[in-house]
Design a protein around this ligand. Structure first.
Ligand code: PMP
Length: 270
């Protein structure tokens, strides 16, 4: 799903709440040219019975954001608790009565030409109504991408770095052109890394297996929750290890995890 936002939506930008239509950046903004931003994706679920919104693991997302911003030396001048409070205030001001996606974005904000970075940083938090990202009720079709996952020594995949998403956009575009719902990335070693926008799990011989975070996968928060729940609630043995491409074809089950996709079963891999 693509979420087109209402220009009247209230967002947090430049240290205050304002309508989306007023939240603008200049054409020379460093991050726009060089991809020097770090973002997050957080879900809030609307509970019809309780008539309330429940934000899922915001503290974990903001802590990951802060750690990942450190890779690019972007400073977010707010604590995780303050960022959670901004998120809740956005829910209130927009009076959402539906599922919501929250998009924090921190970036190099200097308006000039030249790739070298400096200390001019900015951040925004946007919350918008958001339905299903991939329609997974009948199971998803995925194709192994001809694009390889970015290497940690080039652009770290463990962080949600804006520029790194060119890699995901290329793979998604290819997957859609080939009629798939989502792409599966292999890394330069030929091992399975993750989906273009989600982590991947496989069931094999009763074990739940997912690529180790050193395989150039995002350190997903849904991934961590699924690993914990599978172990604690289902008593499964959970293993993080390298996965060969051919294991995708011989395993018993496959599914994707992520804030946008949730837990989505795969029914076909090509
Ligand atoms: N991998 C990639 C490339 C992603 O963009 C995402 C979405 N954030 C994920 C995995 C899943 O991570 P999370 O569960 O933290 O949303």
């Amino acid at each position: 799903m693509k979420a087109d936002a209402d220009p009247n939506l209230i967002v947090y930008f430049d240290g205050r709440y304002m309508p989306l239509r007023d939240a603008r950046v200049g054409i020379l903004t460093h991050a726009l040219h060089y991809g020097t931003g770090v973002f997050e994706g957080i879900r809030a679920h609307w509970d019809k019975e309780q008539e309330d919104l429940f934000v899922l693991k915001p503290r974990e997302h903001y802590e990951r954001w802060n750690r990942n911003c450190g890779i690019l030396r972007i400073h977010v001048p707010a604590s995780a608790a303050e960022l959670c409070a901004i998120t809740v205030e956005l829910m209130r001001r927009n009076a959402f009565h539906t599922n919501v996606y929250v998009r924090p974005l921190a970036y190099k904000s200097a308006e000039r030409v030249g790739v070298s970075t400096d200390d001019e940083d900015a951040f925004a938090v946007i919350a918008l109504p958001f339905g299903e990202y991939l329609h997974s009720d009948k199971g998803l079709h995925a194709g192994v991408s001809s694009w390889r996952r970015i290497e940690d020594n080039a652009i770290p995949a463990r962080a949600k770095i804006c520029g790194a998403y060119v890699n995901s956009a290329l793979a998604t575009d290819e997957a859609h052109a080939c009629g798939f719902d989502e792409a599966i990335f292999l890394n330069e070693s030929g091992h399975v890394a993750e989906g273009a926008t989600c982590n991947i799990f496989m069931m094999r011989n009763g074990n739940l297996i997912t690529p180790a975070v050193t395989e150039n996968a995002l350190e997903g928060i849904t991934r961590a929750s699924v690993m914990e729940l599978a172990q604690r609630e289902l008593g499964l043995r959970v293993v993080a290890r390298a996965i060969d491409r051919s294991e995708l074809y011989v395993c018993d089950e496959l599914f994707f995890t992520g804030t946008a996709v949730g837990v989505a079963p795969l029914v076909r891999v090509a």
